[in-house]
Design a protein around this ligand. Structure first.
Ligand SMILES: Cc1cc2nc3c(=O)[nH]c(=O)nc-3n(C[C@H](O)[C@H](O)[C@H](O)COP(=O)(O)OP(=O)(O)OC[C@H]3O[C@@H](n4cnc5c(N)ncnc54)[C@H](O)[C@@H]3O)c2cc1C
Length: 217
C-alpha cells in the first residue's frame, strides 16, 4: 500500500499555515524581535529549540490534511490526540458502496515478537488472500442487502470489516505531526500505518525544510 499512489488511500495537504520563519518568530517574540527572512542564525535557533525541548514555537504552524485509510489504521492514528482536530465521514449518514483494503501479501506472524509480523508472507498467500476477499465481498453484499431491507445505515454498518476505508479532515500543529511520525515510523509500528507516516514525512520536509529534520532527529 503506497498512500500516494494508491487510488483508494489519500494523503493530501489541503493547507499549510506558516513555515520555518513562523517557528523562529514565535520564539523571537520573547526578546521582542522579528526575522523577515530565514538566515543562518534562525536555522541555528530552530535547532536549539528542537534539541532543548522548547517545543511551543513548533505549535504555531498548522497543517490541514485530507486522509483516507483503512479503519484499522485510523484506529491507531486517532490515538494521537494532542495538537490535532479531526472530522470524519459518518456511516450513520453515508451509505455509498464501502471501499475495502485487501492486501496482496499477508505477512506471517512472528513468534519472536509480542506485536508485529515477519516481513515475509505466509506460504499459502494467494489462497488466503482469496479467502479474505471472499469474506469482504460477503460483508459488503450483506450490508447492501440490509440497506435494501430498509435497515438504517447506522445499524447496517455493524457488518462492515475493519479493513473498510474511512476518510477525515485533520488539522494538526507541526509539532503534533512530528510526534506522530516519530512514533509511527518506528520499526515496531505496524507496516501499514508506517506507510502513511512516511508519506507525511516526505511532504513535511518540503514545507518545513529546517524545522522538520530537527524535530525528527
Ligand atoms: C508501536 C506502538 C504500539 C502501540 N501499542 C499500543 C497498544 O498495544 N495498546 C494501546 O492502547 N495503545 C498502543 N499504542 C498507542 C500509544 O499508547 C499512544 O496512545 C499513542 O502512541 C499516542 O501517543 P501520543 O504521545 O502521540 O499521544 P497524545 O495523546 O497525542 O499525547 C501527546 C503527549 O501529551 C502528553 N499527554 C497526553 N495525555 C496525557 C495524560 N493523560 N497525562 C499526562 N500526559 C499526557 C504525553 O506527553 C503525550 O506523549 C501504541 C503506539 C505505538 C507507536
Amino acid at each position: 500500500m503506497d498512500p500516494l499512489n494508491d487510488t483508494k488511500s489519500r494523503v493530501e495537504i489541503l493547507e499549510v499555515m506558516g513555515n520555518d520563519l513562523t517557528v523562529v518568530n514565535a520564539a523571537r517574540v520573547s526578546f521582542s524581535k522579528t526575522s523577515t527572512a530565514l538566515v543562518d542564525a534562525d536555522a541555528k535557533l530552530i535547532k536549539y529549540l528542537a534539541r532543548n525541548n522548547h517545543i511551543s514555537p513548533f505549535f504555531h504552524p498548522q497543517i490541514r490534511m485530507r486522509l483516507k485509510m483503512p479503519i484499522f489504521v485510523a484506529r491507531e492514528w486517532f490515538r494521537h490526540t494532542i495538537g490535532f482536530a479531526r472530522n470524519e465521514v459518518s456511516r450513520r449518514y453515508v451509505d455509498s458502496e464501502p471501499e475495502v483494503y485487501i492486501p496482496v501479501e499477508l505477512r506471517a506472524r512472528d513468534p519472536n515478537l509480542k506485536q508485529g509480523s515477519k516481513t515475509e508472507s505466509i506460504e499459502d498467500n494467494i489462497a488466503v488472500c482469496s479467502l479474505m476477499k471472499d469474506s469482504m465481498d460477503k460483508a459488503v453484499e450483506t450490508y447492501n442487502a440490509m440497506l435494501e431491507a430498509k435497515v438504517a445505515p447506522e445499524v447496517a454498518r455493524g457488518v462492515l470489516p475493519q479493513s473498510m476505508y474511512t476518510e477525515f479532515i485533520e488539522t494538526g500543529s507541526l509539532y503534533a505531526y512530528a510526534r506522530l511520525c516519530k512514533l509511527r515510523l518506528d520499526p515496531h509500528a505496524q507496516a501499514e500505518i508506517r506507510q502513511y507516516a512516511d508519506a507525511i514525512d516526505r511532504m513535511m520536509i518540503r514545507s518545513f525544510p529546517v524545522s522538520w529534520p530537527e524535530l525528527m532527529a
